[in-house]
Design a protein around this ligand. Structure first.
Ligand SMILES: CC(C)(COP(=O)(O)OP(=O)(O)OC[C@H]1O[C@@H](n2cnc3c(N)ncnc32)[C@H](O)[C@@H]1OP(=O)(O)O)[C@@H](O)C(=O)NCCC(=O)NCCS
Length: 85
């Protein structure tokens, strides 16, 4: 709802989602989103660019969920099959 936007709710939801992924032991998170918004959480287009993907471009970003972990040299990123058709 527009009246609820810009109050930090989206920020809190994204941070809670990232915490949940860390608790599940996920190593890396990818996002397709606004290039001016997601870097504040740690997402980087430079990390995502190491991965071959149909989503390549400035809106395709990734972040290591352990900020001390080394960046992977490369790989491939796709949607899960249910979302990739
Ligand atoms: C995008 C959305 C989830 C953000 O949630 P929110 O609770 O309003 O965001 P927050 O209050 O945590 O953060 C506000 C920041 O987000 C930015 N922002 C909000 N919507 C944005 C958008 N569509 N694109 C880029 N930045 C956006 C604001 O400019 C603001 O930036 P600032 O902190 O530099 O001033 C929410 O505004 C929304 O649902 N928008 C309509 C649907 C939409 O655009 N969804 C995106 C689909 S990928």
């Amino acid at each position: 709802m527009p009246a609820k936007q810009g109050q930090g709710i989206g920020d809190a939801l994204i941070r809670a989602g990232l915490d949940a992924l860390r608790e599940q032991g996920c190593a890396i998170s990818f996002v397709l989103g606004h290039e001016a918004y997601y870097p504040r959480f740690g997402y980087s287009p430079d990390l995502a660019a190491r991965f071959a993907s149909p989503f390549a471009g400035p809106h395709f970003m990734a972040m290591m969920l352990d900020s001390d972990a080394p960046w992977p040299q490369g790989g491939r990123a796709d949607y899960a099959p249910a979302f990739g058709r």
